[in-house]
Write a protein that binds this ligand. Structure first.
Ligand code: HEC
Length: 278
């Protein structure tokens, strides 16, 4: 529940983020009201030098570690996961116990030797031949996650400005998508959680950066398992001209893509489960 301290710390000038607890309900039918919503100020800011995953270079930032933002919010005990909402409608679940390890830093300013500014450069530059026509743009903040040595998939390569933090029970959140016990569907769901859920949802539940898998078109009817595999692993050569935003995800093999296709079919043929806290 919101503590009084948060309210008294709120000042008009400091940027703040809404933090709330997910209410029980069937999110494929309605958007239940947010519980215990509070505006948590992004302060006190600290300065950090990090090699940002998106810019792929060292930079100086002023901001607040995500775990610090959450420390000032008293969450009910069933909460174990933060769902990060972004301005491009990505949704990234982060287990609270991994917060520190992940080192998610919410930067409100980026600094050079001379000064700090609240303006973050877009992630793709226009003057580069491979530039995305729709670069990732930031407004009031930028999530900074340290680049891993290898180029493995991370949703934080694609996130824009953090717009809110929804606290959930991770098991109850995941369960919404468990529409079938068939082994292939379960395998598809595992890949969905690791690679797709950050951008895609089904029946209005989950992220909404890429297309919903079911509405308005059930995407499994539109692609065969084979062409889904091609779509996920490779980008069409004119993808940049078309302004397409989905990254190529090279490590989804044919078997995994086939299982994903069965999951998409199962989403279209079965209702999702309501979010109910155990
Ligand atoms: C970083 C965000 C992101 C991730 C991760 C992502 N997608 Fe997408 N996807 C998009 C966007 C955005 C579109 C809309 C078209 C575009 O801009 O490329 C899209 C479009 C699609 C489409 C419909 C278009 C078509 O041509 O069929 C399918 C199907 C799809 N994605 C499947 C997947 C699957 C399966 C995964 C996981 C393996 C995945 N996506 C991961 C962002 C993403």
């Amino acid at each position: 529940m919101m503590s009084l301290m948060i309210v008294s710390m709120l000042s008009a000038s400091s940027p703040a983020l809404p933090v709330w607890v997910r209410a029980s309900g069937d999110y494929s039918r309605e958007q239940p009201p947010r519980l215990a919503e509070a505006q948590v100020p992004l302060e006190p800011v600290q300065r950090k030098r990090m090699k940002d995953l998106q810019y792929d270079r060292m930079g100086d930032y002023e901001g607040v570690p995500l775990e610090q933002i959450l420390r000032s919010y008293e969450a009910p005990k069933e909460v174990d996961t933060a769902l990060l909402h972004f301005s491009n409608e990505m949704l990234v679940p982060v287990p609270l116990r991994e917060l520190e390890k992940l080192g998610v830093f919410v930067a409100v300013r980026t600094c050079s030797a001379e000064a700090c500014t609240a303006e973050f450069a877009p992630v793709a530059k226009k003057d580069q031949p491979w530039a995305d026509r729709r670069p990732i743009r930031f407004t009031s903040n930028k999530v900074v996650v340290v680049a891993a040595a290898d180029k493995r998939f991370s949703p934080f390569r694609h996130t824009s400005t953090l717009t809110g933090i929804e606290l959930v029970n991770g098991r109850a959140y995941d369960r919404q998508f468990e529409v079938s016990e068939a082994p292939n569907v379960r395998a598809g769901l595992a890949t969905f959680r690791e690679r797709c859920q950050f951008c895609h949802g089904a029946r209005g539940v989950g992220a909404n950066f890429g297309w919903d898998y079911v509405k308005p078109i059930a995407l499994y009817t539109y692609r065969s398992p084979k062409s889904l595999a091609m779509h996920v692993r490779h980008r069409e050569s004119d993808a940049h001209d078309k302004g397409l935003m989905m990254p190529a995800i090279a490590d989804v093999d044919d078997a995994a893509a086939g299982a994903l296709w069965e999951l998409l079919e199962a989403f279209a043929k079965n209702p999702l489960k309501p979010y109910t806290v155990p």
